[in-house]
Design a protein around this ligand. Sequence first.
Ligand SMILES: Cc1cc2nc3c(=O)[nH]c(=O)nc-3n(C[C@H](O)[C@H](O)[C@H](O)COP(=O)(O)O)c2cc1C
Length: 270
Amino acid sequence: MQAATRVGLLIGSSRTGGNGAGLAVWLRQLLEDRLNAPGAAHPVELVPVDPRVAPHPLGPVVDGARLPSQVPDAAGYGAPGVRAWSRLAAGCAGLAVLSPEYNGGYPGELKNALDHLYREWAAKPVLLVTYGGGGGLRCQAQLRGVLEALRMRVVPEPVGIRLPAAYTGGSERVSPAPAHGFPGFLEPYVGAVHGGADRLREMLLEKPAGSQWCAASRRIAARMLTADMACSDARRCIPIALYSGHMHASRLLASSSTAQYTDCQDSTKA
Ligand SMILES: Cc1cc2nc3c(=O)[nH]c(=O)nc-3n(C[C@H](O)[C@H](O)[C@H](O)COP(=O)(O)O)c2cc1C
């Protein structure tokens, strides 16, 4: 039998008695059914990642001797917990991130989980599903920036679930084991989740490394770098790279001359 492609379902909330646990069950079922719909080329297995269960690295980033971006593989991490987290992430071909909005952002444990690793996330497709009183749109925007900095390929159409007031400020919650099905307010989002799953599946099958997208970005970055630019030039080029959608180019530029990039950022702020 064909081995299933694993997709991690990274749960952003660790709040007890919240909506996250119920929404995770709802989302997992929808994604798993859609990704394995008749005609799907490969079986897909959803792997829920609960922030309260190891190897999710709840807590501050450890293993400080080297930056995660300098660690080539799981064996390179000093702490066994981080090695296990690395193996779990590396074993997933893509991700779905389910996150609530907290005070205009996303929960700290989600950032910690992402920041513990680096290469493990690179080039993987990721679907964003956020929730909150306003659909979690502000945390969605922040998460997109972070995931792109990690060189992930974000599904262009995220899902933003607006929770009714009774589910935020009141006592109603999305139960992980509802006696009579999931609440009706979730029904209008089923189509968007299916659309996201379809796009995620397409992106799982794409090969980003060496693709035209990457090659074009690399060419632009190479042109910028070979021009042996002064700081002021780099400052002009980074927004151009960002503007033209070539995030990869700007990141290459930044990583190839980190000190220069840092100078630029600082002087821009001044
Ligand atoms: C600390 C905290 C801050 C919140 N801030 C926001 C917010 O800025 N915007 C919003 O739409 N909802 C906000 N909410 C409502 C949450 O999005 C909503 O309660 C959601 O269910 C939280 O996820 P959880 O239940 O899985 O923890 C906040 C909730 C909490 C607990």
